[in-house]
Design a protein around this ligand. Structure first.
Ligand code: PDD
Length: 285
């Protein structure tokens, strides 16, 4: 049984409880982070902690935990649960003052903080990364502040199910004709030595993996162009991929039934995945 963290306590998962009035539950009034663990160490903890603060600020939500304590709890959960490879999920909600109301609860209402681990042996050596993902495109009908990492994940879940029903792995979302991002990852296409990905804005999550990958790509003399692209352009690309804390750099080999290149992960993307994993293992805490 897992040991989880709820509001300052480490508890067996079956004993951890949150109020039915919690605004995370009633209103999706909460933010989250997913941090990966490799070799029992945290990947890019600093990036995730910084984005968490930003998400909370944007929603005028109190941060119930200092960065130092947050690191300590992450490490303790990894230790208690013996995680070698996997994920740590963190969620902070606006809490509850014991009723349902659209108005935010009183200032002194304590946020709810919950953290748990997901053991995922083989996360780095994922067979899906060797095969590559098959993608469908769907309309992006999410809200207008996707840069805030909220727990409103119903539409992304529906997108994943649409992909599954179509016999594919994931969906890329399209707004006004241009790809925004994947259901739970940022989206990229590759032409020759050039990586093309949408620029940061309110329309997409500012991926922590994205920031690191673009930095490593430039260091490896790959070109990076931050601009919009369409599904039509993506279908004609040499390679494509997604990035996220759970998938790292994941090749995409098919978009709406069209194979990219020869239908295998290609050359640049597998190399970028390797560079990312090597570099991040070195700086893991
Ligand atoms: N998802 N875009 C969306 C919509 C996401 O949900 C995620 C992450 C990303 C990539 O962000 P990062 O590189 O910081 O993980 C982009 C996490 C992994 C999830 O919901 O499980």
């Amino acid at each position: 049984m897992r040991t989880v963290y709820v509001n300052g306590e480490y508890l067996p998962e079956t004993e951890a409880k949150v109020s039915i009035f919690d605004r995370g539950f009633l209103m999706a009034d909460g933010v989250y982070e997913v941090t990966s663990v490799l070799d029992g160490k945290l990947i890019d903890f600093e990036g995730h902690a910084t984005r968490l603060s930003r998400s909370l600020n944007e929603l005028e939500m109190k941060n119930p935990i200092s960065k130092a304590d947050l690191l300590e709890v992450h490490r303790e959960l990894v230790r208690l649960n013996g995680v070698d490879e996997g994920l740590i999920y963190l969620q902070i909600t606006r809490g509850s003052d014991g009723d349902r109301d659209f108005v935010y609860p009183a200032e002194d209402t304590e946020p709810t903080i919950v953290m748990f681990t997901q053991n995922k042996p083989g996360l780095a050596d994922n067979p899906a990364a060797k095969r590559g993902a098959r993608i469908i495109s769907i309309e992006d009908i999410r809200w207008g502040r996707r840069d805030i990492k909220t727990v409103q994940l119903l539409y992304p879940s529906m997108g994943k199910m649409m992909a599954k029903k179509a016999g594919c792995d994931d969906a890329w979302m399209v707004q006004d004709g241009f790809v925004t991002e994947g259901t739970s990852n940022n989206a990229y296409i590759v032409k020759g030595n050039r990586i093309i990905t949408r620029a940061l804005s309110h329309e997409i999550l500012h991926g922590i993996t994205r920031a690191a990958v673009l930095r490593f790509a430039k260091e490896a003399q790959m070109e990076v162009e931050e601009r919009n692209f369409t599904i039509e352009e993506a279908k004609e690309a040499d390679e494509a991929f997604t990035t996220s804390a759970s998938g790292f750099v994941m090749p995409v080999v098919e978009i709406d039934g069209a194979s990219l290149g020869d239908g295998t992960p290609g050359r640049l993307v597998p190399r970028l995945r390797e560079i990312y994993l090597d570099e991040m293992r070195k700086s893991a805490v």
